[in-house]
Design a binder for this molecule. Structure first.
Ligand code: AMP
Ligand code: MG
Length: 312
């Protein structure tokens, strides 16, 4: 008779990849990308590249697993209708916002999600307070809203180009510290949302200047990608350091336990997408939605309806 090898049975070869994939999911440490404002924040200390341990081939399995779980959680969020989720994407051009959003959307019930892109404000939008256009696009409880750019542009591009100086606004509002005031307003606004059932999560796709250069060149060289490139993109690239500084200040000022920022490495798209799906899963699990329980009267009326239907 054969004896059992010491230390228990060895996993058979067939199980090995599964074990490796499982551990990939478990060890994808997204907490290191989370900024809650508790500690000093330094954007430069965050990676734009994935860790060397990451195997791009694992992306598919991570995403598939997470999508299935996310979809189930979203159904519960929708059915319960008690919490809404606002996911904000901010980044430099060519960081992969559009692609990342497309991936997040796949597998989620479109009925419960709304995506909105914030472009240069129209004259009408400029005649309102800067949060006005965002407020109109907030999710109702039970739903998810994805913002492709957001009111954060009002402390980023507006800061870099001092656009607040051009506003047609009362003199008393034209202070030097407009941007500082907006940090406070945004922080209060997100706290207000939290207290009214809407959770805000902010994702910064952290791209290196070199990767942006390569992606811009690709957009110029590949005909199908030409539409993605504009002269304005190159002009804004000239303000790279100013933007990094603006992100540093905005993230530092608005990161909070209840509305955290995630600084996601954006130089390799498969990794970016895997991390984003992990973040969303984490956030949804934290919300812990459940299907609403029914009352005994509802149970009775269901039984009654079933009886009638069974009769044909
Ligand atoms: P894209 O997302 O690449 O299509 O570009 C949209 C452009 O609109 C970006 O250059 C943003 O900086 C700009 N934008 C978005 N919101 C604002 C804002 N509040 N003020 C000025 N420019 C903005
Ligand atoms: Mg652009």
């Amino acid at each position: 008779m054969k004896t059992k090898p010491k230390g228990g049975t060895r996993p058979c070869r067939l199980h090995k990849p599964f074990i490796r994939r499982r551990s990939m999911v478990v060890f994808m440490d997204i907490q290191k990308y989370k900024v809650t404002g508790e500690r000093k924040f330094d954007l430069k200390s965050f990676d734009t590249k994935p860790p060397s341990s990451f195997n791009p081939e694992d992306t598919q399995s991570i995403m598939a697993r997470n999508t299935a779980e996310l979809s189930e959680l979203q159904s519960k969020l929708y059915a319960q209708g008690k919490s809404g989720l606002l996911i904000i994407f901010q980044a430099m051009d060519a960081a992969g916002k559009d692609g990342a959003i497309k991936h997040v959307m796949s597998g989620i019930n479109p009925q419960g999600v709304h995506v909105h892109s914030f472009k240069q404000p129209s004259p009408k939008e400029l005649s309102h307070d800067y949060l006005w256009r965002a407020v109109k696009k907030l999710p109702e409880r039970g739903k998810i809203a994805i913002f492709n750019r957001s009111y954060y542009e009002d402390v980023l591009v507006v800061k870099v180009h001092k656009l607040y100086e051009k506003l047609n606004i009362a003199e008393r509002c034209k202070a030097e510290d407009t941007i500082e005031k907006r940090y406070r307003q945004i922080k209060n606004f997100e706290e207000y949302l939290w207290e009214n059932g809407i959770v805000t999560v902010k994702i910064f796709l952290h791209l290196s200047k070199e990767t942006q250069r390569k992606r811009f060149l690709k957009r110029i060289d590949e005909k199908d990608k030409n539409w993605k490139f504009s002269d304005a993109d190159l002009r804004e690239r000239g303000y790279w350091d100013d933007y990094q500084e603006a992100y540093q200040s905005a993230i530092e000022a608005t990161a909070a336990e209840k509305s955290p920022w995630y600084i996601v490495p954006a130089d390799k798209k498969p990794y970016t997408r895997a991390v984003i799906s992990e973040i969303l899963l984490d956030v949804m699990k934290e919300l812990n939605p459940a299907y609403p329980s029914i009352t005994s009267e509802q149970e009775d009326s269901l039984a009654e309806a079933k009886k009638k239907l069974m009769k044909g």
